[in-house]
Ligand binder design. Sequence first.
Ligand code: SAH
Length: 215
Amino acid sequence: MIPDWPSERRRMVDRQLRKRGIRDPRVLDAMLAIPREEFVPPECRVSSYQDEPLQIGNGQTISQPYMIALMAELLELTGVETVLDVGGGSGYHAAVLGRLAARVVSIEIIPALARQAEQNLSRTGLGANVTVICGDGSQGWPAAAPYQAISVAAAAPDIPEPLLSQLDDPGRLVIPVGNRFDQELRVIVKSEGVTRERIATFCRFVPLRGDAGWR
Ligand code: SAH
């Protein structure tokens, strides 16, 4: 039996997002609109709307819906921004950001996953304003900088300097920082030449690789 995806999506938005305090109506709308089941491998499709990360192959995961919604909400997107999405994975997070911003550059270090993200985005017709790049996102992607928002979906030992310098003013960056097992989700806000930082929550992401990652 094929699950009723729209109602699974509505239930996820009510129980996992609204109840936990996600308020931004544009974020809730995006989470209702993007078909997560199209971004997860066929063997775990039935679990698409579970309250947990899912395996997407190559030892990587697609983040829990709540974490994606929270990160998107913390970026306070209005629809005009260019966003850098570091750790493209399945392309799902990029699709959500693409609905909330003008343009998304999604960078993924594993070639097979970058190809997968590209295919998922084009098959669903959600790739029009998303560019998928295969490369080391711990160095950002200077070609399209500055970014009004940067979203990092892998845990870094510290905030990579290239990401700070490619962040526009005003601009917002969300990134999990910590060791391989425990991290804090940090929000960095650049405004009028001043950079402020706070911790939004605690979390657990897969490690960021690359030059400014865990290598
Ligand atoms: N946002 C993704 C899931 C992120 S999982 C989604 O919606 O599916 C974290 C991803 O970051 C993994 O795919 C991993 O390969 C990638 N990654 C790790 N280090 C990276 C780096 N330095 N640059 C780009 N991607 C990286």
